[in-house]
Design a binder for this molecule. Structure first.
Ligand SMILES: [Mg+2]
Length: 142
């Protein structure tokens, strides 16, 4: 199964870095969709099947926390795998995100750590992963 991924971040540069890091991790990716805030992300979820959302916290219009709340509230999206990727250091906000059933990953992160986290929360099969490319690129960071 190829993962359809939605990357939500108000920084276009950060979205590109996250997508590049996903690719370097060797995951079997399907459609890659992008949104610059939570509201745009909700609109995309209305019209696309997404397996995993990678979500920033601090965004204009609708924050990551507000987005997760909305997603969990709607039956069609309630079970979406969500990974919050942020430089946010506040343990209160990190805890709040985890209570809403999302995993948290600090920026910056390696392709390997991102891959491991994605595999864990989506249950995507390990055999789909090209582990050779991971070993060769170990140490890559941004
Ligand atoms: Mg931001």
């Amino acid at each position: 199964m190829a993962l359809n991924v939605l990357v939500v971040d108000d920084s276009a540069v950060m979205r590109s870095i996250i997508i590049k890091t996903l690719r370097l991790g060797g995951l079997n990716l399907g459609k890659i969709l992008q949104a610059s805030n939570g509201q745009e992300a909700l609109d995309i979820l209305d019209e696309n099947w997404v397996d995993l959302a990678l979500v920033d916290i601090n965004m204009p219009v609708m924050t990551g926390e507000e987005f997760i709340e909305q997603v969990r509230r709607q039956r069609e999206t309630a079970d979406l795998s969500i990974l919050v990727v942020s430089t946010e250091g506040s343990s209160r906000r990190i805890e709040a995100v985890r209570r809403m059933g999302a995993e948290f990953l600090h920026k910056p992160f390696t392709p390997e750590l991102l891959r491991e986290t994605v595999v864990r929360i989506t249950g995507v099969e390990n055999e789909q992963i090209d582990s050779e490319s991971i070993v060769q690129r170990r140490g890559y960071d941004f």
